[in-house]
Design a protein around this ligand. Structure first.
Ligand code: ADP
Ligand code: ADP
Ligand code: MG
Length: 465
């Protein structure tokens, strides 16, 4: 059994994990960077250790300092959250080398899935459908062109080490591939220190459908159903829902079985997510596996009643999963809006600053996972997401109504956020119909901004600042 857990993260996910540890009667240690002495995760944990300067490389990405903090405070496990070191196999290895249980899969599994091109090959071998594309990485622009001409345009040139929507470029012809190749490899080199690329057929405006997986150390693997995460900007999610609207039990069963097969093939342990894209005809293709807790895990928790972070702690303790596949029931509907401190008029540029006034919604069917409070500073050094507003309902429409109510109840003053956009999406026809896909934002953003401006929303938010 675990006794004391170091949470190697910050922001809302560190708070989410600390809360779960407290509920499970585990002791907690937070790590924080200089300037985050008063951050919620620092204040909430039983103990807190400063691990370096505000730049991520100096603190939340500093493996040596985090391991020392865990050893010095007598921890027996580390939860990496998401982002930062959560998919870093060197970190997982450093944990094991120091007798600290890494709450996630084995380092070798992280390595294998972290290379998206290698993961594709493995899924193909396991009989999981993948998007047509290159066999393994391509090493020159010419090779990328050859693959593209074979599978047909348009294509996506993608970084093997990619994540967070970075390192991928669309190409519609030969010249496009040559340009995409050099741009994507440069971006991947600078973001991930690895410029390796592969080529995939671009599926026009697919839905992003992903399956939550849980796997214990006894070899039991289950899935908790799907999430539709197709409302994206810059290939990054903004709104997620579970279950996917209009999904039949039959397709859920089929894709769920493929997701379980994928996790089994990888020798997976702990919580993970298998991401697919799906075309208009319900053909689905594996795109990647995220070997960690996912930002949008709460929507799955709300419709299955399964506490995913608690399952992670149980699995890391060597306990079996608390339920079997046949016990998983999906009931009702859940939505999540990721509220980011960003300026929607400047292409979602991060908008750090001080929150002068804050009021979060509450009431029946509303959950808020956040780490901000009245008067706190939003740091320019970290991801711009500041809160997740989650609503549930017996039906999708009830969850939508509650989301409208919850977002309208929310007041965040001092910084611009994505909230007004998400609020208006809750009234938009394509969203209400549930027929939306990853092309939604490109198609509708300008119209939504125009409506917001015409209704006086833009002035109102500038006045408040
Ligand atoms: P998920 O499907 O879980 O959102 P992402 O790859 O979009 O997966 O991102 C996971 C997390 O990684 C984000 O919520 C954030 O904490 C971190 N992250 C992603 N992109 C960025 C980025 N551009 N800058 C900093 N952190 C990022
Ligand atoms: P990341 O590691 O950055 O999350 P993914 O491979 O998961 O990258 O892709 C992120 C998003 O990009 C997907 O959710 C989808 O919207 C889009 N995308 C990825 N691959 C394809 C593809 N082959 N065709 C169309 N869209 C894609
Ligand atoms: Mg992804």
């Amino acid at each position: 059994m675990l006794r004391k857990v170091l949470v190697a993260n910050r922001g809302e996910i560190a708070v989410r994990i600390i809360r779960e540890c407290m509920d499970a009667s585990l002791e907690t240690v937070a790590v924080y960077s200089k300037g985050e002495e008063d951050a919620l995760h620092t204040l909430m944990a039983g103990e807190a250790v400063c691990i370096g300067g505000p730049r991520p490389a100096d603190s939340y990405l500093n493996i040596d300092n985090i391991i020392s903090a865990a050893v010095n405070t007598g921890c027996d496990a580390i939860h990496p959250g998401f982002g930062f070191l959560s998919e870093n196999s060197d970190f997982a290895r450093a944990c094991e080398d120091n007798d600290l249980k890494f709450i996630g899969p084995a380092a070798d599994v992280i390595d294998m899935m972290g290379n998206k091109s290698a993961a594709r090959d493995m899924m193909k071998r396991a009989g999981v459908p993948v998007v047509p594309g290159s066999d393994g990485p391509v090493t020159t622009a010419e090779e990328a062109v050859d693959v593209a001409e074979q599978i047909g345009y348009p294509v996506l040139v993608k970084a093997s080490a990619g994540g967070g929507g970075r390192g991928m470029r669309r190409a519609d012809d030969r010249e496009g591939v040559i340009r995409a190749y050099s741009e994507a490899s440069a971006e991947a080199e600078s973001c991930f220190g690895n410029g390796e690329l592969y080529v995939e057929k671009l599926v026009e405006d697919p839905r992003h459908i992903e399956f939550q997986i849980l796997a214990d150390s006894q070899g039991n693997v289950i899935h908790l159903g799907e999430r539709n995460c197709s409302i994206q900007r810059r290939n990054q999610k903004m709104i997620e829902e579970a279950p996917a609207f209009g999904f039949s039990d039959q397709i859920r069963k089929k894709m769920g079985a493929a997701a379980v097969r994928a996790a089994e093939a990888a020798g997976y342990e702990n919580a993970g997510t298998i991401e697919f894209i799906m075309d208009d005809e319900d053909n689905y293709y594996f795109i990647e596996m995220n070997t960690r807790l996912q930002v949008e895990h709460p929507v799955t928790e709300m419709v299955t009643g399964v506490n995913i972070v608690n399952e992670q702690l149980r699995i890391a303790s060597g306990l079996p999963l608390s339920l079997k596949q046949e016990d998983v029931r999906i009931s009702g509907h859940a939505l999540e809006c990721r509220i980011a401190a960003e300026d929607v008029y400047r292409n979602f540029a991060p908008c750090p600053g001080r929150i002068d006034f804050l009021h979060f919604p509450a009431g029946n069917g509303v959950r808020v996972d956040s780490a901000v409070y009245n008067g706190c500073e939003i740091s320019p050094y970290y991801d711009s997401m500041i809160a997740k507003v989650i609503t549930t309902g017996g039906t999708r429409l009830e969850a939508v109504r509650r989301m409208r109510r919850a977002l309208e109840e929310t007041a965040i003053e001092g910084v611009s956020t994505t909230l007004p956009i998400q609020d208006l999406i809750m009234y938009s026809r394509d969203f209400l119909r549930g027929t939306y896909n990853t092309g939604y934002m490109e198609k509708h953003l300008q119209e939504i901004l125009d409506i917001y401006e015409a209704a006086g929303g833009r002035n109102e938010s500038t006045d408040r600042k």
